[in-house]
Design a protein around this ligand. Structure first.
Ligand code: 6R9
Length: 575
């Protein structure tokens, strides 16, 4: 196995960091020390929306900007007090509709201030919030609302057309944000209800183990699974936002993820707001210029995004970066997919910042393995476990493997933000914990002698070519180092001789044309850079690669295309 660029190190940075001494903190840290930040310390009860918003009004941050919202039509800012009042109004609306603790209430709308106010209002009444991507089509919406037996949904006139209300017997209330004239029978008008609702509301105080958030995530096959998180998760949102996002009082933070993805809730809502930090939300779809201009416009200091976005920006070239003043930026992070070493080196060049990779999953609720400001980065590595978390590489029987051996990436149970349920599917839930005492992630990885973890692929993505195991990620990373390659997805294609051969799907960067010469050059490049057996025997050029809405290249779709098989559940695929 090739330890990609593992001899390259980018030294730790100095400054105002929260986790100065990783080793010492790792040894001494206990989660219960974090609990005293929150109400339950005094009352035994809690509400995550109160902790994220209302509490700051009592701590002198009432007038502080909580949210800068920006899209092509709207530009608005809201203080913590504004959000407290708006979410109180929405909580009153829900209460008047008879919605109570534990009910499932969904949000199906584009990013907007109203989305965030509704989200917080739902949490305030103790209901379970289910956020959906606006791009979901009818089938995906139906599956999720039916599985969770949702009683209410907040949406827009256009998106409401994709909600098959007649087939959803539990769904009683469709609350529509938009022009009142566009409403259909039996729909409730968001703005009229808000105008009449009181801005006083006493949060519903719940137990820390009460349900709060239901995120549907797709497995490799079958129907999406509803991953349930509880209020207790906020302990880890809070602590990782401190250690990993390194959030401080005066930061302006931008997480580019939509709340339909767990990153957009754990770190687009809870992480920053539990710290009373100003949060930037950019609505709509954006061009490279929009990305950079948003950083400049709000003087963003901490920026959390994803490899797909960084690769897109890398593809747009370095010249465009020079048009913008990005001097406020001090900390950059990534999640969702392997962060190619090439991208880390590019980040050093154009931003003069390290891009800090972070690893976690919908199921884990919060970051687990990360690069911290205070530690050296080895480009291509996900970093080390956060204090309070034990990670290991184990074999299929649950034995811990020594360093440098590839195996299952597993986490010792449990941690505060761990999922508590797969909705109505206990068997699925138990599968994650089939090896006694461990949560198995479904990712394969290895750990080096220094305790850094290196992602290799999803367990079922590992390619076996002539008896050599090849992780698709290292081939993809090498491919994107080639100047012509913008993105790459690599699969094993069945081959009578070699078991599997490596097939790469790529898209080209601006200014490159397909030719046999170019493809050959790319093959040689991987061969030289990695090894002969890791070089793709076949390369196919595509305009775009199939990706999830959170930016993950969908290798299983590439594989299905290749084999002419059904592509399975595509509800999470971007258009
Ligand atoms: C937060 C989130 C989880 C899966 C995970 C892994 C991949 C996430 C990664 C990464 C390599 C990283 N993944 N972060 N792979 N390096 N830093 O992404 O949740 O959408 O549930 O995906 O994403 O395969 O198992 P989710």
């Amino acid at each position: 196995m090739n330890q990609m660029l593992s001899n390259v190190r980018i030294p730790a940075t100095t400054g105002q960091f929260n986790l100065r001494n990783y080793e010492e903190t790792y040894q001494s840290f206990a989660w219960k020390d974090v609990e005293k930040e929150f109400t339950w310390h005094r009352t035994g009860k809690v509400n995550a929306a109160y902790e994220a918003i209302d509490r700051h009004c009592e701590l002198g941050r009432a007038e502080k900007i909580a949210l800068h919202y920006y899209d092509s039509r709207r530009e608005e800012s809201y203080s913590f007090l504004d959000l407290k009042r708006l979410s109180n109004r929405f909580a009153n609306i829900l209460t008047d509709l008879g919605i109570v603790k534990g009910d499932r209430v969904f949000i199906f709308m584009p990013r907007s201030p109203e989305l965030y106010a509704s989200f917080l209002g739902i949490v305030k009444v103790g209901a379970i919030i289910g956020p959906l991507f606006e791009a979901f089509m009818e089938g995906a919406v139906r599956d999720r609302l039916a599985d969770s037996e949702a009683v209410a949904i907040v949406t827009t006139p256009d998106l409401a057309k994709r909600i098959p209300t007649k087939e959803l017997s539990h769904l009683k209330h469709v609350i529509v944000f938009g022009d009142e004239s566009q409403l259909e029978d039996n729909q409730l008008h968001f703005q009229s209800l808000m105008d009449h609702a009181s801005e006083e509301f006493e949060p519903v105080w719940v137990d820390r183990e009460d349900g709060m958030l239901l995120h549907y995530t797709s497995g490799s096959t079958g129907k999406p699974k509803g991953v349930l998180h509880v209020h207790n998760a906020m302990i880890q949102h809070y602590q990782t936002a401190k250690w990993v996002l390194d959030l401080q009082e005066n930061d302006v933070y931008w997480c580019t993820a939509d709340p339909g993805w767990v990153t957009g809730t754990s770190y687009g809502i809870f992480g920053p707001w539990l710290h009373g930090v100003t949060n930037v939300i950019r609505g709509g779809r954006f061009t490279p210029d929009d990305w950079y201009s948003t950083l400049e416009k709000y003087n963003v200091t901490v920026w959390y995004s994803a490899p797909t976005a960084f690769r897109m920006l890398m593809g747009a070239g370095d010249e465009i970066v020079k048009k913008y003043n990005l001097s406020s930026l001090r900390h950059v992070l990534s999640v969702g997919e392997p962060l190619n070493p090439e991208v880390v080196l590019w980040g050093m060049k154009v931003f003069e910042h390290r891009i800090h990779d972070t690893w976690w999953m919908t199921e884990t609720g919060a970051q687990l393995i990360c690069n911290y400001p205070s530690m050296d980065i080895k480009p291509g590595s996900m970093g080390k476990p956060i204090p309070g978390v034990v990670a290991a590489i184990i074999d299929d029987e649950g034995n811990i493997l020594p360093p440098n051996r590839m195996g299952n990436l597993a986490i010792k149970v449990d941690w505060p933000s761990m999922m508590r349920k797969i909705w109505k599917n206990p068997a699925k839930y138990d599968e994650y914990f089939r090896l006694d005492g461990w949560y198995t992630s479904g990712d394969s990885a290895f750990m080096d002698e220094e305790g850094y973890f290196w992602f290799q692929g999803r367990v079922d993505d590992v390619i076996n070519t002539s008896g050599e195991r090849v992780g698709p990620f290292e081939v993809e990373s090498k491919l994107v180092e080639h100047p012509a390659v913008a993105e790459a997805g690599v699969i094993g294609k069945p081959d009578p001789l070699r078991g599997e051969i490596i097939k790469a799907f790529i898209s080209l960067r601006e200014g490159y044309q397909v030719s046999d010469e170019l493809l050959n050059d790319i093959k040689q490049f991987v061969k030289k850079g990695l090894s002969a057996h890791a070089a793709p025997r076949e390369i196919e050029v595509k305009d775009k690669l199939p990706k999830t809405r959170s930016g993950k290249i969908m290798r299983r779709v590439l594989k299905a295309w290749e084999l002419g098989l059904p592509t399975g559940d595509l509800s999470t695929m971007e258009d």
